[in-house]
Design a binder for this molecule. Structure first.
Ligand code: NAP
Length: 256
């Protein structure tokens, strides 16, 4: 029996099979969960095609986290497929690579910074709030970060947005704990995905990572990250909330 047997899980942010959300959806299904996935806009057609590559084809919902109508309608859209949610995965981020990433920290325009913070950090709250009517005690929200305690090459304003995401997760843990709902993040090392490829210079981090991580690091292998997300969705972390679990080969714990 899998660790997610009987759980109903929404994975928000699946575009390609290179999306971390795709790997999470796959492992969650293998562990017995009923999974729904979401994406938005023009990429929705790609997501619908990619969904067929999962062990069981999941329903694909439309969700732009900056669209208040989508958020307001999300609970009803989910109820068309399942009667509640045990887990929500936030695997969503966006920052304009032309203006605020890839060495463009100084002078980054506020409108683009605001968009990055809204899509990548604030949306952890708005997605959770939209799903809250469907969740109860034992519920678990899991988001994805890239260690925001330090400044990285190329990551720039996405690093600032991730710092906001990490704080948002702690405040969600504070606010939802009394309802028995946990909120945690997985801090992954660099993984080859559309989002990572879109950041000019992000590949510098990939080569440094495999040299420094004591366990080594394979940026093409999303399975360790997906398994950690599924562990946090499961009943095996019942007293853990506001936590950031590193899945980075041990990189974060090394001084050099
Ligand atoms: P990805 O495949 O590009 O996933 C990001 C997802 O966010 C895409 O499905 C994207 O949709 C979606 N998205 C963007 N704007 C949105 C909006 N307004 N509403 C709803 N969805 C929106 O890249 P990924 O690497 O798997 O990223 C998933 C998460 O992991 C992100 O939070 C990322 O920061 C985090 N992370 C990634 C790495 C890494 O090295 N890859 C490391 C640590 C953490 P579109 O494709 O249609 O724009």
């Amino acid at each position: 029996m899998g660790i997610l047997e009987g759980k109903r899980i929404l994975v928000a942010g699946v575009t390609m099979d290179s999306s971390i959300g795709f790997s999470v959806a796959k492992v969650a299904q293998e562990q017995g969960a009923t999974v729904l996935i979401s994406n938005f806009g023009r990429a929705l057609g790609i997501t619908r095609r990619i969904a067929k590559r999962l062990p069981t084809e999941p329903p694909v919902l439309e969700l732009d986290v900056t669209d208040d109508a989508h958020l307001a309608g999300l609970a009803d859209a989910v109820r068309e497929h399942v009667d509640g949610l045990d887990g929500v995965v936030h695997s969503i981020a966006f920052g304009n690579p032309e203006t605020i990433l890839g060495g463009k920290f100084l002078g980054g325009p506020w409108e683009d910074v605001a968009q990055a913070v809204r899509v990548s950090a604030y949306s952890l709250m708005s997605l959770t709030e939209a799903c809250r009517p469907l969740m109860g005690p034992g519920g678990s929200v899991v988001g994805m970060t890239f260690d925001a305690t330090v400044a990285w090459p190329a990551y720039d304003w996405m690093g600032v947005a991730k710092a906001g995401l990490e704080s948002t997760s702690r405040y969600l843990a504070r606010n939802l704990g009394p309802e028995g709902i946990r909120c945690n993040l997985v801090s992954a090392g660099p993984l080859k995905s559309l989002a990572a490829k879109a950041i000019p210079g992000f590949e510098q981090l990939e080569s440094m990572w495999s040299d420094r991580a004591p366990l080594g690091w394979d940026e093409k292998d999303q399975d360790p990250t997906a398994r950690a997300v599924c562990a946090l969705l499961s009943d095996f972390f019942p007293a853990t909330t506001g936590e950031i679990v590193h899945v980075d080969g041990g990189f974060h714990a090394m001084g050099a």
